[in-house]
Design a protein around this ligand. Structure first.
Ligand SMILES: Cc1cc2nc3c(=O)[nH]c(=O)nc-3n(C[C@H](O)[C@H](O)[C@H](O)COP(=O)(O)O)c2cc1C
Ligand code: SF4
Ligand code: SF4
Length: 252
């Protein structure tokens, strides 16, 4: 068993590590941007694939990872796990359908409510206490799901027809263009002090330092890692101002 995950601000990393700790203490969780990730898919017969939902869809980077490893999925057993801030409908179903096309057997789907990583929108801002409560409930749900899985009953969240419809009509249809391509919309503001942290953290290597200043290209997968880590709150993407930076470590 192996876990392969993508996590912008740490929520998904926490969830997959928690699940693995109950299922198999020897199983590793490998980040998708790690060069070992594709090989890990090849070498393991049971894979937990985890990622955050974006606009009721999978992040472009995750879709690309699945496609780039196309020849490796045939015959693999996969449990899809999606984390979300509020609603996803078929967050797990989106990857499950793609994986099936590449020959994977989908064992189940698990969708976990976590704090919202979009931290430059006032609308999505929640108090620290609320986010801490959300994480606590998520942990309880993961523990219960692990017990079910161990007994051979895989949760099927996000995989059915009505979930597909909910994801499609709830958001994906209206925001489809947002997750079709990588984004070029990252904005770095003038209060940046050139510390270089954003460039070192970006999983897409989308930010490079030039003459002591970060420069963003057009290959952003909208993970919010740089935005949530910048000590100056100098980066925005969907909104105009950073409110409460979302980093999982803040909730424990
Ligand atoms: C660009 C973007 C779009 C998102 N869209 C959704 C969404 O449609 N539904 C939802 O419930 N959460 C949405 N979220 C919230 C994340 O899925 C959620 O916070 C997730 O747990 C973040 O995980 P991470 O910390 O592993 O990146 C979105 C986050 C981002 C950055
Ligand atoms: S993390 Fe923030 S302050 Fe540091 S270089 Fe990036 S934008 Fe500038
Ligand atoms: S530029 Fe920032 S938001 Fe975009 S992929 Fe890199 S770390 Fe994530």
């Amino acid at each position: 068993m192996i876990g392969i995950y993508f996590s912008g601000t740490g929520n998904t990393k926490h969830c997959i590590e928690k699940l693995l700790s109950f299922l198999d203490q020897n199983a590793e969780a490998v980040p998708m941007e790690d060069e070992r990730a594709q090989k890990a898919v090849k070498e393991n017969s049971f894979i937990i694939l985890a990622y955050p939902v974006q606009y009721s869809n999978i992040p472009v980077m995750v879709r690309d990872f699945i496609r780039n490893a196309a020849s490796c999925w045939n015959g693999k057993q996969v449990l899809c796990m999606a984390t979300m801030g509020m609603f996803s409908g078929d967050g797990t179903g989106c990857s499950a359908r793609l994986l099936k096309k590449h020959g994977a057997a989908i064992m189940g789907g698990l969708q976990i409510h976590m704090p919202d990583s979009v931290c430059d929108s006032k609308l999505l801002k929640k108090s620290l206490e609320t986010n801490q409560r959300i994480v606590l409930q998520a942990d309880q749900k993961i523990e219960a799901a692990a017990k079910q899985i161990k007994a051979g009953n895989y949760p099927k969240e996000g995989l059915g027809f009505f979930c597909h419809l909910a994801g499609l009509l709830g958001q994906r249809l209206w925001f489809y263009g947002k997750t079709l391509h990588y984004s070029n919309q990252l904005k770095i503001h003038s209060n940046c002090v050139g510390c270089g942290l954003c460039a070192s953290l970006c999983p897409m290597k989308n930010i490079t330092m030039r003459n002591g200043k970060p420069v963003a290209k057009d290959h952003c997968t909208m993970c919010y890692r740089c935005i949530s880590s910048c000590p100056q709150k100098a980066i925005t993407l969907l909104g105009k101002e950073v409110y409460e930076q979302c980093r999982f470590e803040r909730y424990i």
